[in-house]
Design a protein around this ligand. Structure first.
Ligand code: HEC
Length: 118
């Protein structure tokens, strides 16, 4: 009986790990859709991937946006939900699911060691 406890713990850990992996792959599918959307809808102005530059110099790169202090999926989601926030250049509406995907993608660009360009 006592000998089976470590085994049980190992089994529980494995189950936890695979649940986490499933959750991660769901997130990254959303982020992958977000990247595709960003490439088709945002990349004319914004750099949308890591280490990119924005074609339109007035637009921050998504990496810069992702690493703004205080930014979270909530603040970013709110920004994208309310088109009154947009600069005049960004004259469009985005569906809710697309906002989730874009936010998921942008947040993949967060880096603990990010330093803004001087
Ligand atoms: C026609 C050009 C253009 C396109 C297309 C565009 N943007 Fe922007 N965006 C801008 C400019 C310019 C700014 C900066 C405005 C400012 O700082 O006043 C900006 C700023 C932002 C910000 C910054 C918010 C902040 O707090 O500083 C976010 C987030 C953003 N854009 C998201 C997007 C997303 C997502 C898309 C695609 C769905 C997109 N933009 C497409 C021009 C564009």
């Amino acid at each position: 009986m006592i000998r089976s406890i470590p085994l049980l713990l190992a089994a529980a850990a494995l189950i936890a790990i695979s649940a986490q992996a499933r959750a991660d792959s769901k997130v990254s599918k959303s982020a992958a859709r977000g990247l595709a959307l960003a490439q088709s809808h945002c990349a004319a102005c914004h750099g949308v991937t890591a280490n990119s530059t924005s074609p339109n110099p007035e637009s921050p790169t998504f990496e810069e946006i992702a690493n703004l202090s205080g930014l979270s999926k909530f603040t970013l989601g709110n920004f994208l939900r309310d088109s009154h926030n947009y600069p005049a250049a960004m004259n469009f509406t985005i569906q809710r699911g697309q906002i989730r995907d874009l936010t998921a993608h942008i947040l993949t660009l967060r880096r603990k060691d990010y330093r803004p360009e001087p």
